[in-house]
Design a protein around this ligand. Structure first.
Ligand SMILES: [Cu+2]
Length: 145
């Protein structure tokens, strides 16, 4: 048997194992999933409050999240969601869009990614570092498929 035939056989075995692994061994947790649902969310950086509203976004694993992020301030902010590889600048008095599929279950923080200062809001000191929130992703997928 020549060496090319051996290489082809090895290649087929590797592919076969990949298919077998994805079909039988990969846990439901780790399987890629999409619900086909689009979840539109508006997040507002409130004027001179160093706060995102809302601070909690709920989703189902596999949803596509489309975020419209509004910056009411006269200075720049940013929004970053590390878990889903997102980070964008939010220029002053403007609106940006961001979209991604939430492929994992759990709680994932988002935060302001551009140093934006601090101030007094209703007698409380707030800063750039208070501009945080989270995405709560639950799984609705039945374990038996
Ligand atoms: Cu900031």
């Amino acid at each position: 048997m020549n060496k090319y035939a051996i290489l082809i056989i090895i290649g087929v075995l590797i592919l076969g194992f990949g298919v077998f692994y994805r079909t039988f061994l990969l846990s439901d947790e780790a399987k890629p999933v999409t619900t086909g649902k689009i979840r539109e969310v508006t997040i507002i950086a409130k004027k001179d409050e160093w706060r995102f509203v809302p601070e909690v976004i709920e989703a189902e694993r596999g949803d596509k999240i489309v975020i419209t992020a509004v910056n009411e301030d006269d200075y720049d902010h940013g929004i970053a969601i590390d878990a889903f590889g997102q980070s964008q600048r939010m220029p002053a008095r403007s609106t940006i869009k961001m979209e991604f599929v939430v492929t994992q279950e759990g709680e994932f923080p988002f935060y302001c990614s551009v140093p934006c200062g601090e101030g007094e809001v209703d007698g409380k000191h707030r800063t750039h570092f208070d501009m945080i929130g989270k995405i709560e992703v639950r799984s609705m997928v039945s374990p038996t498929q």
